[in-house]
Design a protein around this ligand. Structure first.
Ligand SMILES: [Zn+2]
Length: 297
């Protein structure tokens, strides 16, 4: 029986003990739910690793023989190292797997630590909870930035949020600085930069009310997601695409499907579907654990 602690690291460290793909006991969170969510941003990498260690131990409880620990981390992660972490820049270059397993050893737990991209962990969690561990699962997270996760885990990089969806030189609002990127159109931060006088909520409201500039943007927003999804279909085949994150509230499904239909024409690629799901911490923690289990074999 695989006993794995799954952890996600974003504004908070959230951990839980996962036994055979199910959460046993509750989730641990640091900072706690209502506490300062910027606590981690101000911590050096070593302190973040200590926090991870504390939460893993708390989640493990009396269990001392863990099959593995899986840590989902935003940004570009490879071979246990954070290569790029836009939201927690102090982690860039940190050997999280090595540091955390050394700390756990000092505190009585000898186990392997796998580091995975958090969006890929989310996709693995969706696959596990929906009995789809033998299929391809892709998920777009529409938030401050745009995340793209895919399951199964394979070697490589897919920064899907930075898929180029426009050749217009003026499209330069992506957080990474790249031109024409999906995140530069759909990301919450990018939308605020584009409409300095309006919040994204107001833009979509004004589109409903008939404001032409906002209608045009709403179309661009949906076309961009359709374009990035179509690219993924053309590279990896059809399947289910999940949408999650706080800005799924802006999704007009008929509009999105209409654009996608115009972009994917080859009949063997038509069997795709799109579904909106809730982004919850439990799915991400289970996903981090499932990913760690799979990198073991
Ligand atoms: Zn970008």
């Amino acid at each position: 029986m695989a006993k794995i602690v799954g952890v996600t690291l974003s504004e908070r460290v959230v951990a839980g003990l996962v036994v055979d793909h199910a959460l046993t006991g509750g989730l641990r969170s640091f900072p706690e739910e209502n506490d300062d969510e910027y606590a981690l941003v101000e911590m050096p990498a070593e302190s973040i690793v200590e926090t991870l260690c504390d939460q893993v131990l708390a989640a493990a409880g009396k269990e001392r023989s863990l099959t593995a620990v899986g840590v989902g981390c935003p940004g570009l992660v490879r071979h246990g190292v954070v290569e790029e972490a836009p939201n927690l820049p102090q982690l860039k270059g940190a050997h999280i797997s090595e540091m955390l397993s050394a700390q756990l050893r000092e505190r009585g737990i000898e186990t392997r630590v796998s580091l995975i991209n958090d969006a890929d962990g989310f996709a693995a969690g969706i696959a596990a909870l929906r009995g789809k561990l033998d299929t391809v699962v892709r998920v777009w997270t529409l938030g401050v930035g745009i995340g793209y996760g895919r399951y199964p885990l394979t070697e490589g990089v897919w920064e899907g949020g930075h898929t180029v969806v426009s050749l217009d030189d003026k499209e330069k609002f992506c957080g990474c600085g790249g031109r024409g990127h999906l995140e530069g159109i759909m990301g919450h931060r990018a939308m605020r930069l584009r409409f300095l006088d309006m919040e994204p909520e107001e833009v979509f409201e004004a589109a409903k009310a008939g404001d032409q500039r906002c209608i045009d943007f709403k179309k661009l927003w949906h076309k961009s997601l359709a374009a990035a999804t179509a690219t993924s279909i053309h590279l990896r085949g059809p399947g289910v695409f999940y949408l999650a994150g706080f800005n799924v509230r802006f999704v007009d499904m008929p509009m999105l499907k209409d654009y996608l239909q115009q972009m994917v024409k080859m009949s063997p690629l038509q069997s795709y579907s799109i579904e909106i799901i809730e982004d919850d911490r439990e799915t991400r923690v289970i996903g981090a654990a499932v990913s760690a289990e799979q990198t073991a074999c």
